[in-house]
Design a binder for this molecule. Sequence first.
Ligand SMILES: Cc1cc2nc3c(=O)[nH]c(=O)nc-3n(C[C@H](O)[C@H](O)[C@H](O)COP(=O)(O)OP(=O)(O)OC[C@H]3O[C@@H](n4cnc5c(N)ncnc54)[C@H](O)[C@@H]3O)c2cc1C
Length: 401
Amino acid sequence: MSGDRLDLDVLIVGGGMVGATLALALSRQTDFRIGLMESRPPADLPQQGFDLRVSAITRASERIFRHLDVWESMLSMRVSPYSRMRVWQEGGGSIGFDAQSLGEPNLGHIVENRVIVHALWQALIGQGVVELLAGKSPIQYLPLTTGIEIETDRGDSFRTALLVAADGADSSVRSAMGIGVKGRSYGQKGLVSTVRPEMHHEHTAYQRFLPGGPVALLPLTDGHCSVVWSLPEESADALLAMDEAEFLLRLEAAVEGRLGAFAAAGPRAAFPLRLQHADHYVEANLALVGDAAHSIHPLAGQGVNLGLLDAVALAQVLAEHPGDAGRFGTLRRYERWRKGENLLMMSAMDGFQRLFGNDVSVLRNLRGSGLAIVDRVTPLKSVLMRRAMGLEGDLPHLARE
Ligand SMILES: Cc1cc2nc3c(=O)[nH]c(=O)nc-3n(C[C@H](O)[C@H](O)[C@H](O)COP(=O)(O)OP(=O)(O)OC[C@H]3O[C@@H](n4cnc5c(N)ncnc54)[C@H](O)[C@@H]3O)c2cc1C
């Protein structure tokens, strides 16, 4: 075993939104030899049809993409700004947020996940700095004295000082390296689809809290909306199995016909929802980012935004401590920075989910008056919204203006 002949300083496994952002940020900020391994071939943007998976991108994430010169490319594909949010619950109580009252041009953007991944990969291909290893996955991990050697399912192997797990919530890197997780299933699935409502959404995001979980309509281009409907697993499966006309009627009822009838729907899919946090984010020669480190309920659309902050925080820490990318002391700085920030958001989202995810009448009334009070207290609303937009907290350089 020799630890001296390393092929790479950093090997990122998982070329999704978070892994590809990390690769690009590292290539801009360091001289490291970087590899990005992705089991699927890079996504191609179809000319028609929306990706079922979309993300509400915060201002902080937009800044990251701007700094990495990929925002313009996303804008030229499909990106939908939203300037208002309307949130209400069954049984009364509502709150509204407006970009204008915060002095902001918008509250954020709804972007298809495929658009984000495509723009990042195009930038990586164009730049030619990162070694792109698409269509392969690690199958064996061997410790070296100064790093880790991995063997892939294609029969090749790579020796790296730092291995980064960016391979999502079911991270096989995390399991293979023996890092445990804590959390629980919400017993819910997030059903996603794309619909065209009778009325134009006017760049407003709608979310209604129902006892089974929240249903959201997120504005897309051409008057379409993305649906993210969290509900008990059996109910989600029943909605998936329903014919389109009945599904659209159920959806219209769930959002109290706010945008009128729905004319057409795209395909439907559902993803199990869970709260999950890795026991630790780093070891010598290993780091976890994005959903491999944490996954949360999609009710406030924060998941990938936290992951993007992980990516640029790790890149910043590594750039500020050049030398051995796998050094535990340096990686610990990243963990100390991001674990606390992520935990704060995860606890807040879990609290919201518990508070709104039940039908006890006392709680419903309390929630109703709570929403009405917050709606009238402008400074409190502004603080909440600025947090949600990623404008507060200990932000990495690339997430700042
Ligand atoms: C219904 C729903 C709605 C959501 N809405 C929002 C939202 O509005 N805003 C928001 O911020 N977040 C949202 N999220 C969360 C968001 O989707 C995730 O946080 C985000 O996808 C995590 O990105 P990631 O790059 O860490 O992981 P992933 O997106 O899971 O990407 C992992 C990548 O790794 C690759 N991979 C996996 N295993 C391997 C392997 N062994 N070898 C090589 N490659 C591998 C995969 O192919 C994939 O490309 C939502 C989630 C759900 C379920």
